[in-house]
Design a protein. Structure first.
Length: 390
């Protein structure tokens, strides 16, 4: 009897061990009352590499964030369809900075400490880029902008890059145009931030070096809405040329108020003028304004890119240089990440890139992280439309 009981216990023990073994082998199980249901083992998650994107996605300048997001997401879709980067799928985390400095820095700190990204695309504004640069530099995270133009970004840090040309090129082109039109006396009206201050200095220095005279230079607050005081001062000087260096919303208001005051000088503006809302808000007051902007690059490539954007987002989508720059920025980062996925490895990869064939032209970075050899195009408002200036 005792022997039988012992044998039965051993048999039960072996049966239990067998069941436990099956549970371990096949995954977590659950006793249903009828038998054991074995949950399938959790599949291994595919490896990914994350990038951050910081831009205004809401607010007055949300259109810039929207344009960037479209270009970035199209690039990510294409990169992943081709197998990703070294076998990893690319994921971009979009953060809305609401065009607010505190929100910008909070977004970057979150991307670095929580999401552990090695690189961030953004911020589109020069002021935002310069605010984020010290944080990125301190953490050895690559910060690359597709739209920031301030000259001071060139010295913002070793981990700071941009595919958009520096204001130095814009200032040079604006002065070349004024010289070609024999406009030897001018005035400057600029937005009082990193973008405007740097560009105003560049225009002033180059204009004077060409033999011209700047009779007055007036700055205005980024949140200003009434520019009549500055415009009245400028009108008294009666300059042949007015360099209007601001953002779309304020430039549109300035033009309307200038025309109301009877100012008929030739206005010249930077790439920020190349925005549909200028035409909508300024109306006929924008007529005749000459502006510069980065060239769209090879026409065939541009058309192909334009077709892809419209196919993805709809035929009424505005395909512009910011969307294309964001697309190129994402692709050039992906190319650099073939060198490795840490911030320092991505930096090395960017430094090694030579003549990357982007939609907006070939991309090579100099020792300051600035893109080299960008061509500048010239436009004019004619009959209420943007046209090529000839």
């Amino acid at each position: 009897m005792k022997a039988g009981k012992i044998g039965m216990k051993n048999k039960k023990l072996l049966t239990g061990v067998f069941i436990v073994g099956l549970i371990i082998l096949f995954g977590i199980s659950h006793y249903t009352g009828i038998g054991y249901y074995v949950y399938p083992a959790t599949p291994t998650e595919p490896q990914v590499v994350k990038l951050g994107h910081i831009a205004p996605l809401t607010g007055d300048v949300a259109i810039y964030g929207e344009w960037e997001t479209q270009g970035i997401d199209l690039a990510v879709e294409e990169i992943n369809a081709k197998g990703g980067i070294n076998g990893r799928q690319l994921v971009v985390i979009h953060e809305d900075d609401q065009f607010d400095p505190a929100t910008m820095t909070n977004a970057l700190n979150k991307l670095i400490t929580v999401d552990k990204v090695p690189a961030v695309i953004g911020e589109p504004s020069s002021t935002g880029t310069l605010a984020l640069a010290p944080i990125a530099e301190r953490n050895k995270v690559v910060l690359i902008s597709d739209a920031a133009a301030a000259i001071s970004i060139s010295n913002a840090g070793e981990y700071i890059y941009r595919v958009f040309p520096s204001n130095a090129l814009e200032g040079q082109k604006l002065v070349e145009i004024s010289s070609s039109l024999n406009l030897t006396d001018g005035a400057i009206l600029y937005i009082n931030n990193d973008f405007g201050i740097g560009l105003a200095k560049e225009v002033n220095d180059r204009f004077v070096s060409k033999g011209g005279t700047i009779s007055i230079s007036e700055g205005y607050s980024p949140d200003a809405t009434d520019f009549r005081t500055s415009l009245t001062k400028i009108k008294e000087k009666n300059p042949k040329a007015i360099f209007l260096l601001g953002y779309p919303k304020d430039m549109a208001m300035i033009l309307k108020q200038a025309r109301e005051l009877g100012i008929n000088s030739q206005f010249l503006a930077p790439d920020t003028f190349n925005d549909p809302q200028i035409l909508e808000q300024a109306g006929s007051a924008a007529e005749g304004v000459i502006f510069v902007y980065p060239s769209n690059g090879d026409p065939a490539k541009w058309q192909q890119f334009s077709d892809k954007i419209k196919n993805k987002y709809g035929n009424t989508t505005d395909v512009n240089i910011i969307t294309a720059m964001a697309y190129d920025t994402t692709n050039v980062l992906a190319a650099a990440m073939k060198n490795g996925f840490t911030g320092s490895e991505i930096k090395t990869g960017l430094d090694q890139i030579k003549d990357y064939p982007g939609v907006t032209g070939n991309i090579t970075f100099d020792k300051n992280g600035d893109v080299v050899s960008r061509l500048m195009a010239v436009g004019i408002v004619k009959d209420g439309k943007f046209e090529e200036y000839k």
